[in-house]
Design a protein around this ligand. Structure first.
Ligand SMILES: *Cc1c(COP(=O)(O)O)cnc(C)c1O
Length: 420
């Protein structure tokens, strides 16, 4: 059984101030995890994690991660502005977007962000999108950094969530990469990176090590053919977390050591200049340390037994969207045995609004608190207002046990605010 950073009494105390449902994040655990990640890759000078803002776009959490020099991985205007507001600009922003609008390229340029292109046509599009691009790209080559997103296609096996690379809409083919870097070089660009993202919720550490190997090898080939040095490789996000009790967390130290060995062979032995290792994980940074706290509103007994919560899929869409498993704990009943089988539902008028289907849980009653685990990434962030359901509050559990509101719950006024 998983241990929570709060017990029933503490949660009741919190809920007296902030009514359920709410998301709560464990600051102490997020810090410890960030420290561990940095340590696992400390062999690499310049290692940096760019927190994927989309996983949990709360500025207070971004600020907390900034304590560890984490940058921001952004892919939209709102995410760029969030990064700017928490003080991440320049090479602290990785702008990894796709089907990108001109104004987002302009904003990324204005923030001096690292621009990670998703497609070969986007290089020419930059000249259209940013009026000063043509005149500044060479003049500002000392600090401008450009990157291309590689899609290895059939050269890399698939991963369950993200699917086969050749069916993914992202990135350049191998041939296109050579063409684009050549164009960039001809335009005067001096700082280059190479990116790929071929995993999502991946728990096999060798898959991550292999991704780094793939990029180190490719960087070597581009270096040999075009005579350019690479500043960094970015192995993307996608490190998984153990949602299910029988799954094992990613062994970050193993991944760190594995990539270090690959670095020695593919970069150092080859005599290339030092290359920084970047990643842009979201899920494994905050996922396990966020909880959706809800209360049983009704118990219903028909063809099945239902526990109806005051949270619904607009607070956490993953189970409805991809049948994702989230551990459910009923605080205060941890030791009363799992003796009943429930569908745990929300109140949305969609039958897939279920946090769990036929889950064996302790006997529940109206008013019981229910904690849905691993909601710290792609949880609140995926929220929506369908069926007039409003998004809940976000709270931060500080290391001293105090609790801070970091986003208030939506109100009906918010819901009506956009009506003309
Ligand atoms: C979603 C995404 C990430 C983060 O993925 P996680 O699974 O949360 O680690 C990183 N980079 C890009 C480009 C993404 O789309």
């Amino acid at each position: 059984m998983r241990t929570l950073p709060f017990d029933k009494a503490k949660l009741e105390e919190i809920a007296a101030t902030y009514p359920t449902p709410f998301h709560i994040y464990d600051a102490k655990a997020i810090r410890a995890n960030a420290k561990r990640l940095k340590k696992a890759f400390s062999w690499n000078k310049g290692f940096r994690e760019y927190f994927a803002v989309k996983a949990c776009p709360n500025p207070e959490l971004m600020k907390l991660l900034k304590e560890f020099d984490f940058g921001s991985d952004c892919s939209s205007m709102a995410e760029l502005v969030l990064a700017e507001r928490v003080g991440n600009t320049g090479d602290k922003i990785m702008f990894t977007s796709n089907d990108t609008p001109a104004e987002e390229f302009r904003k990324a340029w204005e923030l001096n962000a690292i621009i990670n292109l998703d497609d070969i046509t986007h290089w020419d599009y930059l000249y259209e999108a940013i009026p000063e691009f043509g005149s500044q790209v060479a003049a500002q080559a000392d600090f401008r950094i450009f990157c291309c997103r590689y899609n290895p296609g059939p050269l890399k096996g698939g991963n369950a969530i993200i699917g086969k690379p050749e069916e993914a809409k992202y990135g350049f083919t191998r041939e296109q990469l050579f063409d684009c870097y050549a164009k960039m070089k001809a335009a005067g660009v001096k700082h280059f990176g190479l990116h790929t993202m071929v995993a999502s919720n991946e728990l096999d550490p060798d898959y991550i090590v292999d991704t780094a190997k793939l990029l180190f090898t490719l960087v070597g080939e581009i270096h040999d053919q075009l005579g350019i040095d690479f500043e960094f490789i970015n192995i993307g996000g996608g490190i998984g977390i153990p949602y299910k009790p029988d799954q094992k967390a990613m062994d970050l130290e193993y991944v760190g050591a594995g990539i270090e060995k690959a670095y020695e062979e593919l970069v150092e032995k080859k005599g290339m200049k030092p290359i920084k290792l970047f990643m842009e994980c979201g899920r494994c940074i905050t996922g396990p340390y966020g909880y959706l706290v809800s209360r049983v509103r009704h118990i219903k007994n028909t063809y099945r037994l239902y526990a109806g919560l005051d949270a619904c899929m607009s607070n956490l869409m993953r189970p409805a969207l991809y049948g994702a498993y989230h551990e459910i704990i009923v605080p205060g009943k941890e030791n009363s045995g799992n003796t009943s089988v429930y569908d745990v539902t929300g109140s949305l008028c969609e039958n897939n609004d279920k946090f769990a289907i036929q889950r064996v849980l302790p006997v529940m009653e109206r008013g019981d608190l229910v904690v849905i685990c691993d909601a710290g990434a792609h949880g609140y962030a995926m929220g929506f207002q369908y069926n007039g359901k409003l998004r809940s509050a976000e709270l931060l559990l500080e290391e001293d046990g105090s609790v801070r509101l970091i986003r208030r719950a939506e109100t009906l006024d918010d819901y009506f605010a956009t009506l003309v």
